[in-house]
Write a protein that binds this ligand. Structure first.
Ligand SMILES: Nc1ncnc2c1ncn2[C@@H]1O[C@H](COP(=O)(O)OP(=O)(O)OP(=O)(O)O)[C@@H](O)[C@H]1O
Ligand SMILES: [Mg+2]
Length: 287
């Protein structure tokens, strides 16, 4: 009897939308000890008439790695791209609600998008080095800003931080396109680091890489988080478990709007999910 009652309650809860109030209260208490780099409040996102994100509330803590997980199409990429206004390039895309970086609104009309993208760098699923030399890729951002006096030093430091220096130091003038996929992805990270951003967004940065390169990128994230705030989208649950301090589980409502269902310390989300929808996803029962 009890089992049956429990099951019915679970099913009832699975048809709920958004984040449960008790889960929300817990995470607010947890985050009280963190400084918050990015804060999203009641955010909706539309592609034309389609509402891809609904009522998103999320706080991304400073100098932590936050993972965004959830089934395909639930809006992870859409959400992460809000933070550096990548959606500006998409016709018909529009945002309602608030997303703030250190308290500064990023979605408003008056925002200096070039400056915003300096502060919030992005790494995509497919490595996208520019068709130029390794050196010129890393020097690209600093040169745009008026080359610093010690450009060689900036390039070296960025490549070292991206754990690529030893592999490329003798061929900096070679084409970046001659590097392997894993090296290209670290080069792209070096290019992002060269402009000294505050936040690094990574949208499935290792999904096109072999296991060794994947581990290198993961180690890199752990090294970088003392200086940067990192948000990573991943479909790889082990990866989320290994690299992230916090995890947001996103899901689609029955109307296909993307929502944040649960957010918390990664160990809690994986070992003691509060919401049955989270548990179903991480145990592989849907998505
Ligand atoms: N440029 C676009 N125009 C119209 N709809 C879009 C556009 N980009 C994404 N969408 C829609 O928005 C929803 C969320 O897409 P998004 O790419 O953010 O999902 P995702 O969680 O990153 O998925 P995946 O895990 O497959 O990468 C989907 O229904 C998708 O079809
Ligand atoms: Mg995506």
């Amino acid at each position: 009897m009890i089992a049956r009652q429990e099951m019915e309650q679970t099913v009832e809860r699975i048809t709920e939308t958004g984040m449960r109030d008790d889960v929300r209260r817990d995470i607010e208490a947890e985050l009280a000890s963190e400084s918050i780099k990015l804060r999203v409040t009641d955010l909706d996102f539309y592609y034309g008439r389609f509402r891809a994100l609904k009522g998103i509330n999320l706080a991304i803590p400073t100098n932590r790695v936050t993972a965004l997980i959830g089934p395909s199409g639930c809006g992870k990429s859409t959400l992460i791209r809000v933070f550096n206004r990548m959606y500006d390039l998409v016709p018909g895309a529009r945002v309602r609600g608030s997303a703030r970086l250190d308290g500064d609104e990023v979605t408003g009309r008056g925002v200096d998008v070039v400056m915003l993208r300096r502060r919030v760098g992005m790494v995509f699923q497919r490595p996208n080095p520019f068709p130029m030399s390794i050196y010129d890729n890393v020097a690209y951002g600093p040169r745009l800003e008026g080359a610093p006096r010690d450009l060689d030093g900036v390039v070296e430091r960025s490549l070292r931080s991206a754990a690529l220096w030893d592999e490329v130091k003798d061929r900096l003038k070679d084409s970046a396109l001659a590097l392997s996929g894993g090296q290209q992805q670290r080069l792209v990270i070096a290019r992002v680091l060269a402009v000294e951003p505050e936040v690094i967004l990574m949208d499935e940065p290792a999904s096109a890489l072999d296991p060794i390169s994947t581990l290198k990128i993961e180690d890199l994230m752990t090294d970088l988080k003392s200086r940067y705030t990192i948000a990573i989208v991943t479909h790889n649950m082990q990866q989320a478990g290994r690299v992230s301090d916090y995890t947001a589980f996103m899901n689609m409502s029955s109307e296909r709007h993307g929502e944040v269902v649960e957010f918390g310390r990664t160990a809690e989300i994986f070992n003691r999910p509060r919401d049955p929808r989270t548990e179903a996803y991480i145990t592989g029962r849907f998505g």
